[in-house]
Design a protein around this ligand. Sequence first.
Ligand SMILES: Nc1nc2c(c(=O)[nH]1)N[C@@H](CN(C=O)c1ccc(C(=O)N[C@@H](CCC(=O)O)C(=O)O)cc1)CN2
Length: 291
Amino acid sequence: MTARVLDGKATAATIKAELAHRVSELAARGIIPGLGTVLVGDDPGSQKYVAGKHRDCEEVGIVSIREDLPGDASEEEILAAIRRLNDDDACTGYIVQLPLPRGVDTNAILEAVDPGKDADGLHPTNLGRLALRVNEPITSPLPCTPSAVLELLSRHGLDLNGKDVAVIGRGTTVGRSIGLLMTRRDINATVTLMHTGTVGMAEKVAAADVVVAAAGSPGLVQASWVKPGAIVLDVGVSRVVDSTGKGRIVGDVAPEVAEVASWLSPNPGGVGPMTRAMLLENVVTMAERTL
Ligand SMILES: Nc1nc2c(c(=O)[nH]1)N[C@@H](CN(C=O)c1ccc(C(=O)N[C@@H](CCC(=O)O)C(=O)O)cc1)CN2
């Protein structure tokens, strides 16, 4: 068996075309959505992701607002940037690019974001709504990578109802929040959330219908771990330098998994581009709610 490709790049392009149409309808009613970003420091990965987010904005007609701060910015300087975006009427929603430099209290920064402008769905109010509103529709923004995974699956006709899902990684942006999202009544999956303290990870993965690997550990998920026919989403990102000195991205899933899985998301080209598309989706939806 060779797995079919969960093509995030192509799916994100389709979503961006749909969003461009929604943005033009908003513009006809005098509303121009704006996305703000707060980037602290010069981490090459973060710089690339933020640049990509602003390129996407240009593509769909969303205004870009940037707050770029040096790596040694104080917490007070970061909070001042947050206050500027909270007060800026041109900014519909914004994100604080993570990770923040060591020593900065990430929770304190995320809590300062106006929950009504939280385009990442990572403010405690919005994560709290995701945790508490299990049976009712959610109108608050959802974290982008978890919703990217769900959207990528549903746009390939794949449903999680009754499925056993193994999630590897307990970070806030992916693992923790994907567990909350997938166990909602309207999704109805059963989730095993694994982490570095998990005993018997291979056996737990082998029992799963769907595997979401978000550990940031290159090639962690081996073909021998995966149930034949399972759906595998490779979310983890590691940057490695090969023997020629060239850098490249490596996911958490070993290439041989493609011989066992029924569907596999490539990395790059899978969940990453979808994460960016879902961020734009959050901003456009936030702007539409002002009508
Ligand atoms: N505030 C946030 N910070 C971070 C998040 C997040 O959702 N919110 N997630 C990740 C990084 N991330 C979004 O910010 C992100 C990661 C990857 C991609 C992407 O398009 N990747 C491409 C490859 C790009 C490359 O060549 O490096 C792909 O997978 O094809 C977009 C966004 C951590 N921080």
